[in-house]
Design a protein around this ligand. Structure first.
Ligand SMILES: C[S@@+](CC[C@H](N)C(=O)[O-])C[C@H]1O[C@@H](n2cnc3c(N)ncnc32)[C@H](O)[C@@H]1O
Length: 246
């Protein structure tokens, strides 16, 4: 039994990390999608905000130096040795102003209660010529319905995401950004089997009372798979916003 919010959150973070460790290639399309707008040979410092267990780091081209930031102790402890991961709130990052060339925020803003504060912080961190790439679930898409419906009913903490909507661009402009691109991108989650797909989501979204088959069935019903070549690929989709400081 878990007594406190901290213990519950710790268990949830550990489960997320197990999913990423057991299926390390499943979300590769997401990591490629957030790096692609940085250009052919980006150089400098990239801040991953929030980073979870620094899963983006292994995808970075050689010219980029990685700094992860995450508020969760569990993720910071799970970070591979040799990588820089700072434990901090994403609206209050202990790095100097204009000390970063790129900021990536993947799959996280829907948990953030104060987006203006986070966007102001990203603007403060970015130097001249910098770029931010924000990618997260868009409102009313199948992943949004799955997370605030099926996951909400089966995760002991529930799931109440505030998914990206029409308020985002004005907030970014008010924080001092010019939005260069804003679109839905397909980022399929790839698996070797339906069982692996179900187990991945069961762990990633912490639904301990369900078995993998029940989760895979809900994924098929609510999001859908492509199964070309016998390898199931979940039709995951994200909204990706590319913006530059002005
Ligand atoms: C879904 S993870 C994304 C991590 C990483 N960017 C990735 O793509 O795997 C969300 C991150 O937001 C942080 N977070 C902050 N508040 C949270 C909340 N209430 N629920 C879930 N995650 C929260 C967690 O520490 C976690 O690292």
């Amino acid at each position: 039994m878990f007594d406190t919010y901290a213990q519950i959150f710790a268990e949830r973070a550990a489960s997320y990390h197990r999913a990423m460790r057991d299926s390390p290639r499943a979300r590769d399309a997401e990591f490629r999608a957030v790096l692609e707008p940085l250009g052919e040979q980006p150089r400098g410092v990239l801040c991953d905000l929030p980073s979870g267990g620094a899963y983006l780091a292994e995808h970075l081209p050689s010219g980029l130096r990685y700094i992860g930031v995450d508020p969760s102790e569990q993720f910071v402890e799970a970070c591979p040795a040799g990588l820089s991961l700072i434990k901090a709130e994403i609206a209050s990052v202990p790095l100097a102003g204009e000390s970063v060339d790129y900021v990536v925020s993947l799959a996280a803003l829907h948990h953030e209660p104060d987006l203006p504060a986070v966007f102001a912080e990203i603007r403060r961190l970015l130097g001249r010529g910098g770029r931010a790439v924000l990618a997260d679930i868009a409102v009313d898409t199948p992943p949004a319905v799955f997370l605030n419906g099926f996951v909400d009913r089966n995760n002991p903490m529930g799931h109440h995401g505030q998914f990206l909507d029409e308020r985002l661009q004005p907030l970014l402009e008010r924080a001092g950004f010019a939005v260069r691109d804003d679109r839905l991108v397909r980022t399929p989650w790839r698996f070797d089997s339906f069982r692996q797909a179900g187990e991945f989501c069961r762990q990633l979204f912490w639904m301990p009372a369900l078995d993998a088959a029940a989760v895979a069935e809900a994924m098929e019903r609510e999001i859908g798979f492509d199964s070309a070549g016998g390898s199931p690929s979940l039709k995951w989709v994200l909204r990706r916003i590319v913006c530059d400081p002005i």
